[in-house]
Design a protein around this ligand. Sequence first.
Ligand code: 0GY
Length: 291
Amino acid sequence: MDANYKPFDPHPSKPTYMPPPGAVDAHCHVFGPEAVFPYAPQRKYTPCDAPKQTLFALRDYLGFTRNVIVQATCHGHDNRALVDALKSSDGLARGIASVGPNITHDELAEMHEAGVRGVRFNFVKRLVDATPKSVFLGIADKVAALGWHIVVYFEAPDLADLTPFLNELPTVTVVDHMGRPEIANGVDHPDFRRFVDLMGNNKKIWSKVTCPERLSVQGPPFYNDFVPFARKLVEVYPDRVLWGTDWPHPNMTTHVPDDGGLVNIIPCIAPTEALQKALLVDNPMRLYWAD
Ligand code: 0GY
């Protein structure tokens, strides 16, 4: 583990908000354990191990039923820890992999069998070396054939440049953490309006309304300044939003979030039972458990 790396909270609070039956944590990771699944040589950080057993125990403790596990950059294109977690989840976890341009149809089919339903394209410069868009488009065509979708991670200043690429993608595209808006600018800033408009213009684009702990300036326990951003997307596009813990919260520098506290924010961003059910159950089930 890196010297300045902050491990996840081993004893989160029990949330006071109870998610509806069948709720899905649609953004979380497994890390290692390093002794079994070593981190990638080209990684930009070395995390604290965060194994599948700890993730599944947290799922139950927080009142969730299912997980969508997203391949993190510290494991590069080596999806073994992810696939191992999916295989031992009794069908209660689906996965998003990270693959290179030489991935074969047979390798993708094997991952599909384990529960992978998409790939992630990462544009965040502190996490990965750049991949040419033509390479991503080639991968997109391969995974489209399996009915998978694409998850993209980028930061708000990159949205204008990326918009033509996002519109070119042949599949449903899920944007991580609302495209990382600059929360201090407020919800009406042109950068966030651009993102809201992108989802309005392209019905294949979904968003995760995630990561108050990364985006909020006010910080814990209520992350009040994050709420209007997430709530806007939930109310305008109720059938294209997903929620997740982001456990084990890699690369946090300001604080270690309390996962129970993060769950308690859900009714602030999705104020009705119908919106909560769409966000936590119907949307992720449609995208990840359709087959
Ligand atoms: C996240 C965010 C981060 C890390 C990764 O793949 C990753 O390493 O996604 C981050 O550092 O912002 O979604 O987990």
